[in-house]
Design a protein around this ligand. Structure first.
Ligand code: PMP
Length: 401
């Protein structure tokens, strides 16, 4: 279901494209598109506001999709709400948690888990943001160092927030997020995890790990763009709504409003119906295929990349040093600029991502002004893609020398 281009219309319609930018966005599966199209063609209507047949169908489809998303991460559907994506989710969490005295993050954060905290007045200059460095060899943080920081800084449950991406969009390395959560909880911290780069590759059990907040986006997991999810173990009644309008209210006069209860009070306006339906199908599909098979299929792609010499390319180094274990491989050119290399490759029909990949602090540290060349793959990448990528990348790296 995931290991052939025929299921991914953009790949099927661009047969010469070697697409290695799945960490930016995976391709959308045809089953997702069919479900969305079915909504538009057969029961296109708003939800909950009509008693007629197609509006009922829409409401039911939304309930099913919500359950499908919740099931993938083993939580109740009352504990999740839809967002426009991980970025919106992290912004909301930063606004809710603005009174925390300090936020512990990793050096590998995406800007989406940095800027929302900065806008709440946090900063590393006054240690209201504390940054855990990652190891240049394996891309992991040091848990002993984290414990030392937590020990020093925990003066009450309200004070510390540990907010981090489980999987880096620069390295593809997944932190031991369960251990980080357990350790953080031991010292009374609140935990928020950005699973944006994790969800397509690794099983996530939010219930078992009792995370307070988690976010991810559908477009990184074969679903549509512009839709994501925010999970919280907190009672949504205790979180202040950040948006107001119709749909989230029980009653309104010109003097007062009674909001709905629970997660519904946070969801005014018409939901992104087609995208939510597509998101549900993407979750169902990943569950059906299973993470162990996905891993095997990704390993197959990696084997092809290695057999065509991804690990012996000229004029570059890989980051982290042990960087050939995940579905992201980041390469730093020794001479030349990453965007020049990206452009040379684009002319040959190879799509990779270059530059700072929205993780400025880490990419600045490891590459200076060069930026990285990020190769990210998925089960649909073929041996032919891998051969083309390695060939064109080697040529481009030599050209910029
Ligand atoms: N966090 C990480 C780790 C990401 O890779 C991304 C997307 N590149 C985001 C957050 C932001 O996700 P979105 O653009 O879907 O909001």
């Amino acid at each position: 279901m995931l290991d052939s281009k025929k299921y991914f219309p953009t790949l099927a319609n661009n047969p010469d494209l070697a697409y290695f930018d799945s960490a930016a966005s995976t391709q959308t599966h045809e089953a997702v598109l069919k479900a969305m199209n079915n909504y538009y063609c057969n029961f296109r209507s708003n939800t909950n506001r009509g008693e007629y047949d197609i509006s009922e169908r829409t409401s039911n489809a939304l309930d099913i999709a919500k359950q499908q998303v919740a099931d993938l991460v083993n939580v109740s559907s009352d504990s999740i709400m839809f967002t426009s994506g991980t970025t919106q989710g992290l912004n909301m969490i930063a606004r809710w948690m603005k009174d925390k005295k300090r936020i512990i993050v990793t050096e590998a954060e995406h800007n989406a888990n940095i800027v929302p905290w900065l806008t709440q007045g946090k900063s590393s200059a006054d240690e209201s943001i504390i940054v855990m460095p990652i190891n240049d060899f394996d891309g992991l943080i040091n848990l002993n160092e984290l414990e030392t920081i937590l020990e020093k800084t925990s003066d009450g449950w309200q004070d510390t927030m540990v907010s981090f991406c489980a999987t880096s969009n620069v390295t593809g390395v997944t932190q031991p997020w369960q251990d980080i959560a357990t350790l953080s909880h031991k010292y009374g911290a609140t935990v928020c995890i950005d699973f944006c780069q994790t969800i397509a590759h690794h099983e996530i059990d939010l219930k078992e790990n009792q995370i307070e907040f988690a976010v991810f986006s559908a477009h990184k997991m074969y679903g549509p763009t512009g839709i994501g999810v925010l999970y919280s173990s907190f009672d949504f009644n205790d979180l202040i709504p950040l948006y107001y309008g119709g749909g989230a209210v029980e009653s309104v006069t010109f003097d007062s409003v009674i909001l709905k209860q629970g997660v519904n009070k946070h969801c005014p306006g018409t939901p992104d119906i087609a995208n939510i339906i597509g998101f549900g199908v993407a979750c169902e599909m990943i569950k059906y295929v299973g993470y162990s098979l996905i891993k095997l299929q990704e390993l197959d792609v990696l084997k092809h990349l290695l057999s065509y010499g991804i690990d012996v390319l000229p004029n570059c180094r890989v980051f982290p040093a042990n960087g050939f274990e995940d579905s992201v491989i980041s390469i730093i050119p020794i001479t030349g600029h990453s965007s020049d290399i990206g452009q040379l490759m684009a002319h040959t029909g190879v799509a990779v991502r270059t530059g700072k990949v929205c993780a400025h602090p880490l990419v600045d540290r490891i590459s200076g002004s060069k930026g990285i060349i990020r190769i990210s793959f998925a089960p649909y990448n073929t041996e032919e893609d891998c051969e083309k990528l390695c060939r064109e990348l080697a040529i481009a790296l030599v050209k910029v020398k």
